[in-house]
Write a protein that binds this ligand. Sequence first.
Ligand code: IMP
Length: 197
Amino acid sequence: MKLVLATHNKDKITEIKALLQELPIEIYTFSDFDNFPDVVEDRDTLEGNAEKKVREIYEITGMPALADDTGLFVDAMNGEPGVFSSRYAGENVTYADNREELLKEMIDIPEGKRDAVFKTVIVLIVNMNGNYVVEGRCEGYIGFKEKGNMGFGYDSIFYLHDSGKSFAELTLEEKNKISHRGRALQKIKKVLEEITK
Ligand code: IMP
């Protein structure tokens, strides 16, 4: 089976490829196409955005497609940055800008009240008969400063309750075992295993 990953994000591609590597699937990414669009994520839910991404890519490539959409939801911030996680500090910002903005906005929120959850929704489209939708979550809290230098996005300020480590202190393998995307991918992997049997 052929599968297109509906994303331009190289960090995500690395994580997804690592998790699906044992399956009999030929993975394609944006670099395999000349006309790969940059789909605008303008829906107000993770599922809406992921659905929009796979549908557009499926229509253009004619191949089964998989998209994920992720958000970091902070309890004390009424769920922000949430669906707007990639542009929390504004348009065309860096990961570091978003982290800095979140730390600044949360400066007065005390320890013990900084809980947050990463959520990933993955949508898989194989044909026109409907989509498969799965969700993965990972609970933690936002630290007061950055720690670790692996990963991407908000990894260095997202800490795990059990170990007190940030995501940026975990290897890719360690992160994939417990992360929102890792958990969602494990679920979609089961679906793909069934389909490719
Ligand atoms: P996207 O819309 O799914 O690309 O994700 C939105 C934003 O969430 C990204 O720009 C990253 O800043 C952040 N993000 C997504 N996945 C992760 C992750 O695994 N760790 C840390 N930040 C992430």
